[in-house]
Ligand binder design. Structure first.
Ligand SMILES: Nc1nc2c(ncn2[C@@H]2O[C@H](COP(=O)(O)OP(=O)(O)OP(=O)(O)O)[C@@H](O)[C@H]2O)c(=O)[nH]1
Ligand SMILES: [Mg+2]
Length: 462
């Protein structure tokens, strides 16, 4: 990748639209644009101030391609830190392509995926974790993932890491200085203060590492498995939650044989509901595979909804209670919501009975929608969104998670070294290793492979 090229790409979504934006970045962006743009006021683009907008035409020789608005952002006051030109043209695919081709013939090159943001990073406009947040922001599709990406992009997370890194760096230098005076047996680094810092860093690292559990499910949707015996209304409930006829519903027991999943945002948080094959003893091979999968889905789920039919409860209440106990014993730590479905089919006496026999039972009719909203509220309350509400830093990126784990490991070694009084040179090595892991997150330490991996996941034009 040559950083001196002037790159170009469509910044808006591909396809026809009212307006499309084509973006150029690089040393020659403004001079190339000035050759191909004819201002209606005969302005020379190269002589215009930064952050100005100009009306005119993109010309291929004498041929007018489109009437456009051109925005100028001059180095260093731009997204990439280079000269940037944005051309707002009419959104026909033909016009977009004509303009792109024209600029490619006149000294621009197509941008690679994420290359604008890569340049922003290389020019110090963003640190690495902020650059990664840009991709998260573009892919965020609910309030929670949007909020986390915004916070990371503003630098909340990396500034926390950068601060700790700086303090640690200070101590590393002091301890390394001691090594130069090894014969004199001096201590420049106050061990008590150092121990405090190490404790503080461990604490922050642990908190960030823990937040990944929440962050990851928020980013990917919180998996909720809907389980129960055949025919109790699991698929009907899935459809009610999604507000769409997603799964086949029928009065035949064993209708759903494979798991069916879909996502929906509730209260700003993405939930992934998983409808499963009803659990029962069966000789049917396909159904058995489905039931085995049901248990796998329970393992993976963050929340389990156990459903039974009120109608059947009347005749065989003990059976459901035994089933329920089985699930509770098998997955003691999983949040479980127990639902009596089909309440539209039974009388109030039975409802009262069920509530007495199974406390915490949630009454619902998947068919009429009664109790569905209360269920979604319950789900929201179950998810620990405290950290989210308090605007705490939440980690969603696996790369950061790995680096934080490794940093914590190194910090633990430093702590152990302090406790056991190991020599300064060995401690210095552990501190350097921890510093390296911090640096990987913010991008103080990088290599081409790391950058390649990160930016390859971006879209072209960002
Ligand atoms: N009256 C009433 N009928 C319901 C309700 N929920 C589901 N049903 C009916 O119960 C039958 C079974 O519903 P499904 O949603 O297919 O049940 P399931 O648990 O997915 O069944 P399997 O996929 O076979 O395990 C269908 O005829 C539904 O219309 C309800 O709340 N009230
Ligand atoms: Mg079903």
């Amino acid at each position: 990748m040559n950083q001196n090229d002037t790159i170009i790409a469509l910044a808006t979504a591909s396809g026809a639209g009212a307006i499309a934006i084509i973006r150029l970045s690089g040393n020659d962006a403004i001079s190339i644009a000035s050759k191909l743009f004819k201002s209606i006021h005969q302005k020379d683009l190269t002589k215009q101030v930064t952050h100005s907008i100009h009306l005119g035409h993109i010309m291929d020789g004498n041929r007018t391609i489109d009437e456009v608005l051109v925005s100028l952002f001059k180095n260093p006051k731009s997204y990439t830190g280079e000269n940037v030109v944005e051309i707002s043209c009419h959104g026909s695919v033909y016009i977009q392509q004509e303009i792109l081709q024209l600029f490619l013939r006149n000294g621009c090159r197509m941008a690679d995926a994420g290359e604008f943001t890569l340049r922003a990073f290389l020019n110090g406009k963003l640190d690495l974790s902020q650059a990664e947040a840009v991709a998260d922001l573009i892919s965020s599709d609910n309030e929670a993932s949007h909020q986390i990406a915004m916070q990371q992009m503003r630098g909340g997370f990396s500034s926390e890491i950068a601060k700790l890194r700086e303090e640690l760096l200070n101590f590393a230098s002091l301890i390394e200085l001691e090594l130069d005076f090894a014969e004199e047996d001096v201590e420049f680094a106050d061990r008590t203060q150092f121990r405090d810092l190490v404790e503080r860093i461990s604490f922050v690292l642990k908190r960030l590492i823990d937040s990944f559990a929440v962050g990851n499910v928020i980013k990917n949707g919180i998996p909720v498995a809907i389980v129960g015996e055949p025919n109790v209304g699991k698929s009907t409930l899935l459809n009610a939650l999604l507000n769409e006829e997603r799964a086949i519903v029928s009065e035949i027991a064993g209708t759903t044989r494979d798991t069916i999943e879909d996502e929906i945002s509730i209260g700003g948080i993405g939930f992934r509901f998983i409808d499963t094959a009803g659990i029962r003893d069966t000789k049917d091979v396909v159904e058995s595979i489905g039931i085995k999968k049901t248990f796998e889905k329970i393992e993976q789920a963050q929340v389990v909804i156990y459903l039974f039919s009120s109608e059947e409860f009347k005749v065989q209440s003990s059976k459901f209670k035994v089933e329920l106990e089985k699930i509770k014993n098998k997955y003691p730590l999983k949040p479980l919501i127990v639902i009596a479905n089909k309440i539209d089919k039974v009388d109030d006496v039975l409802l009262a009975n069920m509530q007495k026999e199974i406390p915490d039972i949630h009454l619902l009719s998947a068919k009429t929608g009664l109790g569905v909203e209360e269920l979604t509220n319950k789900l929201l309350n179950l998810i620990n969104t405290g950290a989210l509400r308090n605007n705490e830093t939440i980690i969603t990126n696996t790369r950061h998670y790995d680096a934080l784990l490794k940093a914590l490991e190194e910090i633990q070694k430093v702590k152990y070294g302090l406790d056991s009084g190991i020599s300064g040179d060995l401690m210095a090595i552990d501190i350097r290793e921890a510093l390296y892991q911090f640096g990987l997150i913010t991008g103080n330490v990088t290599n081409d492979e790391l950058l390649g991996n990160i930016f390859a996941n971006f879209c072209i034009g960002k």
